[in-house]
Structure formats: structure tokens, C-alpha cells
Design a binder for this molecule. Structure first.
Ligand code: NAD
Length: 484
């Protein structure tokens, strides 16, 4: 295949850089992170423009979710780099005396990062920060569905960063498939479970380790909050996290809400009031709701509403403008659980509310479905919180807010089960692109005679004592005072 050959030449340049050892130097890593910081600062307008062009993101949203979080991450990595790069001493059992051990972080080598289109900068540069901090050389393949952003990434990274070590390769699934035929030392993939499976099977050819950052349906449990203040704050956070963040095209966005039947009308009525306050009477005009990425996704979302049963469940919104790829924030109550809107990831500004007899039923509801990337629960009920923590499984669990975990460097970001595996952000990113090498050091001074053949029963006894931390036993057996 011609494409494969072409990439091989480019990849060989990166491999050669890695072999030279330059990316292992702290000074190189620091200079690249600083260059990324400068890029984000100096090319802010280009980034704003591209995000608006591709997804209709308002600059305020773009700064909050992409430039701002990335700037924070680069600064954090720069502040922690020395500590992350340092070797860590490891404790050893007395039986290993006289030995010392340390864990030495070493870069993996040539890394491939695939990113998605909904946060084209965040999902590309956040893993890049980790990969560079860890001393790797990197190929980044951004999503073809956000072409303006992809092109800004290609142009700026080429200019600001070491282009012998970091390369952006643009293209769609064909380029993606061609890249997967090469040998990588790590593949970091953000996208759908469907392509995740393709990535994993390609990675198996070279036993390449992979991280899969996938999606799924993230539920939000909304308890019957009695205080009007708590309700208002909870609803604002739900609406902001759903409709005010890339129009719901977010892997950790709220996919659907679970609520007690008796609380549903209060919740819906207050949501309607606050939607108007947040997005205006005509949300299309206020530019506070991003656009759907393309016609195909627009039609996919339209189709989710297209059965009479689902359509009848709309209690707010529901208007679609295909020419402008705009979908109004839409709330539905009790669409059929078997309809596509409740079985497929929505990834758009449609928000089904599913009613339950009691809020505790939400736990079984969630447990009977694939493990989500995140679960949200809005409640003051400590018992419910404890049950959610211990009885459900998900990549993350956030109480009383939405999507904030993405900006926290000190907690790992990643999925479990069908929402993916592996984790990143902050030190977790560094670890994702690092191999911790176990380095043992022994001196020649002492040796335990019983470690070597010829074997006999006394040596067996000594092993049994030593491996069971019975050091008195070791002494007694050695002195011949213990024989069984
Ligand atoms: P996608 O799987 O279609 O594409 C992801 C990347 O893979 C893109 O760069 C794309 O060009 C590439 N690709 C597509 N087909 C390929 C192939 N056959 N071989 C190799 N590469 C290929 O996903 P998407 O549409 O970009 O994103 C939507 C999905 O991603 C949703 O499920 C969403 O939940 C998930 N997502 C997850 C996260 C996260 O952090 N966990 C973030 C954003 C999106």
C-alpha cells in the first residue's frame, strides 16, 4: 500500500529522534511544553475561529473547555515535571537483603494519538501533553470531522513544536487504517467503541498497548431536592453541562435523567424556566448552543426523535434547523426504553427524562446497562450517595455537578467496561505514556547459600521460613535447631 510506505518514511524520522535520546532530556520536554503554552496563547484567535467554524462554539465556551483547560494542564505538567520524571525508591522484603530497588520512568517511544472532533484541541493536546512530558515522540491524527481545527493543529504544531518529534497527520478513516498498520509503542484512542475495536485488533499485531477513551450513555440521577436553591443550582448545572457544552456532543455529557415520578413535573417546569434564562427565548440567535458537527450527525439525531412514541414524549423544544445544523435544547419525558434514543448514545441536545417509582430504583436501572464513562447524581441523601459509590461501576462518579471532572488534573479520566480503559490527565497522562522500569541493585558482599542447588530438605525448610517472613525460623533451621 502506497500510503503505508509514505508514513514509514515520516515515522522513521520520529523513531530516529527517539533513538537519539533527545526527547528523554528534561530540557527538551520542558521546551516542548512551553512551546505548547505559547501556541495556546499566541494562536488563541485561530483556535476560536476554527472551533466556531467547525462546531459553532462560542469563544467563552471554547476558552472554558479547550484553551483554558489546556493552559491549566500545561502549567500543571511544567510544575510537576521534575517530580514525575524522578525515580521512586521501592521497599523490598528483608529476604531480598542486601538489595535496593527503584522504579525508573522511561518513555515508551513512538506514540499514536487518535482524537475525536467534539473537543478537537482538548482531546488532541491533552494526551499530547502527557506523551511529551513522558519523553515520547508522537503522531497525532485529529478528526477529519472538524477540518478547520484539524488544520490549525497541523499548522501550529509544526511551527511551534519540534517537528522531528511531533507530527500531525490529517485524514479520515483510510488514513487512520493505514496508520494502524504500522508498529507503534502505544496507541491512545479517543472515539467510538466501533473504531476502538478496530484499533485494538490492529494493535494486537504488534502487541501494542492501547488506551481507549470511549463513550456511552451517562445517566444523571436527580433526587427530589426540597430546597429551591439546591434545585436551581442542580438544574443550572444539568442544563449547562448538557446544552451549554458542545450542544450535548460530549462523551461525559448527561445522556438521560432518572427521576422520581412525583418530582418530574416540578423538575420539568423549573428546567423550562431556566433554559429560557440560560439560552434565551430563541437559543439559535444567542449563539450559546453549539451546532451539530455535520449533516450526518444532524440526521442521526433527527432520526432519534422520528418515531411517534418518542416524538409524543417531547415536553420542551424539538425544533430542528437543518440548514444551520441547529437543534433546540429538547426535553423528553419517558420515551420508550426500547427506542433508539434510550439504547444508543445520544451525543446531542436531546435530554430524555425517565421516571421511576422511587429514586433508589435508579441503582438497578444503571446496573442493568453497560458501564458508563460517568454517572452523575444530584442529591443530598448521604445513604443514596454511599449506595451509588459502592453498588454501581463507571469511569467516574460526580455528585451535584456535570463534566467538572474533566478539568481536574488530580483525578484520573477514563472509562471502564464498554466506556473504555486506561486513564489520563495530570500525572495519570504521564503514567499512561511511561513504562516504569523496575531497577534492582545488589552487591556481591553477601549471599544466602540455600538459594542454589543441590536441593535438600533443609533448603526447602529455609525457603518456607523466609517466604513466610519467619526470620527466627531461618536462624533456627540454619543452626540445625529446627528440622520440620
Ligand atoms: P470515531 O470513532 O468515529 O473517530 C475517532 C477517531 O478515529 C477519528 O480521528 C477518526 O478519524 C478515526 N477513525 C475513524 N474510523 C477509523 C478507522 N476505521 N480506522 C482508524 N481510525 C479511524 O468517533 P468520533 O465520531 O470522533 O467520536 C464520537 C465518539 O467518541 C462517541 O462515542 C463519544 O462518546 C466518544 N468520545 C469519547 C471521549 C472520551 O474522552 N472518552 C471524548 C470524545 C468522544
Amino acid at each position: 500500500m502506497e500510503g503505508v510506505k509514505d508514513f514509514e518514511t515520516e515515522l522513521e524520522v520520529l523513531r530516529e529522534t527517539f533513538r537519539s535520546g533527545k526527547t528523554k532530556e528534561a530540557s527538551w520536554r520542558r521546551s516542548q511544553l512551553e512551546a505548547l503554552f505559547t501556541l495556546l496563547k499566541e494562536r488563541e484567535d485561530d483556535i476560536f475561529k476554527a472551533l466556531h467554524q467547525d462546531i459553532g462554539k462560542h469563544p467563552a465556551e471554547a476558552y472554558r473547555d479547550e484553551i483554558g483547560t489546556l493552559t491549566k494542564s500545561v502549567n500543571y505538567a511544567l510544575g510537576c515535571l521534575k517530580e514525575w520524571m524522578s525515580s521512586k525508591k521501592a521497599k523490598l522484603p528483608l529476604a531480598a537483603f542486601p538489595t535496593t530497588a527503584e522504579l525508573v520512568p522511561e518513555p515508551l517511544g513512538l506514540v499514536l494519538v487518535f482524537s475525536s472532533w467534539n473537543f478537537p484541541f482538548g482531546l488532541s493536546l491533552e494526551p499530547l501533553i502527557g506523551a511529551i512530558a513522558a519523553g515520547n515522540v508522537v503522531v497525532l491524527k485529529p478528526s477529519e470531522l472538524a477540518p478547520a481545527c484539524s488544520s490549525v493543529l497541523a499548522n501550529t504544531i509544526h511551527t511551534y513544536l519540534d517537528n522531528q518529534a511531533v507530527k500531525v497527520i490529517q485524514g479520515g478513516h483510510v488514513v487512520g487504517e493505514q496508520l494502524l498498520q504500522h508498529k507503534w509503542d502505544k496507541i491512545f484512542f479517543t472515539g467510538s467503541a466501533r473504531v476502538g475495536r478496530i484499533v485494538m485488533s490492529a494493535a494486537a499485531n504488534y502487541l501494542t498497548p492501547v488506551t481507549l477513551e470511549l463513550g456511552g450513555k451517562c445517566p444523571a440521577v436527580v433526587d427530589s431536592l426540597s430546597s429551591s436553591w439546591d434545585r436551581e443550582v442542580a438544574i443550572k448545572r444539568i442544563l449547562g453541562g448538557k446544552f451549554g457544552t458542545c450542544a450535548g456532543q460530549v462523551c461525559i455529557g448527561i445522556d438521560y435523567i432518572l427521576v422520581e415520578k412525583e418530582f418530574t413535573s416540578t423538575l420539568v417546569e423549573e428546567m423550562k424556566i431556566l433554559i429560557k434564562k440560560m439560552f434565551g427565548e430563541n437559543p439559535k440567535e444567542t449563539n450559546s448552543v453549539a451546532r451539530i458537527i455535520n449533516k450526518q450527525h444532524f440526521l442521526r439525531l433527527k432520526q432519534l426523535l422520528d418515531s411517534s412514541m418518542v416524538n409524543a414524549s417531547i415536553v420542551y423544544g424539538g425544533s430542528l434547523d437543518e440548514d444551520n445544523l441547529f437543534i433546540e435544547p429538547t426535553i423528553l419525558v419517558d420515551p420508550p426504553l426500547k427506542s433508539a434514543i434510550m439504547t444508543e448514545e445520544i451525543f446531542g441536545p436531546l435530554l430524555p427524562i425517565i421516571t421511576l417509582d422511587k429514586i433508589e430504583d435508579s441503582i438497578e436501572f444503571i446496573k442493568s446497562r453497560p458501564k458508563a464513562l460517568t454517572i452523575y447524581a444530584y442529591t443530598n441523601n448521604e445513604k443514596l450517595k454511599r449506595r451509588m459509590i459502592s453498588e454501581t461501576s463507571s469511569g467516574g462518579l460526580t455528585f451535584n455537578d456535570a463534566t467538572i471532572q474533566y478539568a481536574a488534573e488530580t483525578v484520573p479520566f477514563g472509562g471502564v467496561g464498554e466506556s473504555g480503559f486506561g486513564r489520563y490527565h495530570g500525572k495519570f497522562s504521564f503514567d499512561t505514556f511511561t513504562h516504569e522500569k523496575a531497577v534492582m541493585r545488589r552487591s556481591f558482599l553477601t549471599e544466602f547459600w540455600f538459594r542454589f542447588p543441590p536441593w535438600n530438605d533443609k533448603k526447602l525448610l529455609l525457603f518456607k521460613s523466609a517466604y513466610n517472613y519467619d526470620y527466627l525460623g531461618v536462624i533456627l533451621v540454619t543452626l540445625g535447631l529446627k528440622r520440620s
